[in-house]
Write a protein that binds this ligand. Structure first.
Ligand SMILES: [Zn+2]
Ligand SMILES: [Zn+2]
Length: 258
């Protein structure tokens, strides 16, 4: 099993793409701008998209991807791409994106009975078996209904927090799992900790409190830093005292889990 980081930035600029991970060739975790770097043939192989929440930086490529691969997938006889998310997130996509104004309703195109997208609700705590892989939906604490995901590997779980502020429920759940990799957001520097609280994101100081609730010694990958702020945020993160191995996640990074 292989996880490829297509994007891990909090916003866009040259070389910075927003959040998306490709698991093997067929499952996408979030659909930020990084998706657009994949060749068309690779895009057409994506059968599932797991969506952490409705914010634009995580959903922007869903509609564009549907448009790109609709013809090719139909020609290859492939079924709809399943978009998995909380009911509230799916409702937001339906109402605000696939509404015929911002974008066509690809849950009814090219044919209502054979669409390119299918919206599939999940709940926090649910286990999903997708493309031979096992995911668990984790809680997150953000300004809109949001989740994180855990993906089971041979030695333990790869965990992605999604966008989240402090979230005791997450650490409670993870205390019963073997975590090998943790991808956790740190969207703001400590200077902007008020903004971090308001927008329910983490800053390095809050990250320190969160990581203190994670047992063992884990490979921790920091994500969702804004372009231009990586050095400043990582300097503050490096000053934390923690038993974990903490580094910045990079676009293009590939994690082999076997
Ligand atoms: Zn968000
Ligand atoms: Zn975000």
């Amino acid at each position: 099993m292989k996880i490829r980081v297509l994007g891990c930035s909090g916003a866009i600029a040259e070389g910075s793409r927003t959040t998306s991970f490709l698991v093997d060739h067929d499952v996408l975790v979030d659909a930020g701008t990084g998706v657009g770097d994949l060749p068309l043939e690779a895009l057409a192989q994506i059968d599932h998209i797991l969506v952490s929440h409705s914010h634009l930086d995580h959903v922007l490529s869903i509609g564009l991807l549907a448009d790109s691969v609709m013809r090719l997938r139909a020609a290859q006889g492939r079924g709809p791409i399943q978009v998995h998310a909380l009911p509230e997130t799916l409702e937001a996509l339906r109402k605000h994106i696939f509404n015929g104004v911002i974008w066509p309703d690809f849950t009814r195109l090219p044919h209502a009975d054979k669409p390119v997208l299918q919206l599939v609700p999940f709940a926090v705590g649910e286990q999903l078996a997708l493309g031979g892989k096992r995911f668990e939906v984790l809680s997150a604490a953000h300004t809109v209904p949001a989740v994180g995901f855990a993906l089971q590997g041979p030695d333990g779980w790869w965990v992605y927090t999604g966008d989240t502020g402090p979230n005791p429920a997450l650490w409670q759940r993870l205390s019963t799992m073997t975590v090998t990799h943790l991808v956790i957001e740190t969207a703001f520097s400590d200077e902007e900790d008020e903004l971090a609280s308001l927008s329910r994101h983490l800053c390095p100081e809050k990250l320190g409190h969160e990581l203190a609730q994670l047992g063992g010694s884990v490979d921790v990958h920091i994500t969702h830093i804004k372009p231009g702020e990586v050095d400043a945020v990582m300097a503050e993160v490096s000053a934390l005292s923690t038993p974990h191995r903490v580094g910045a996640l990079r676009a293009g990074q590939i994690l082999q889990m076997e």
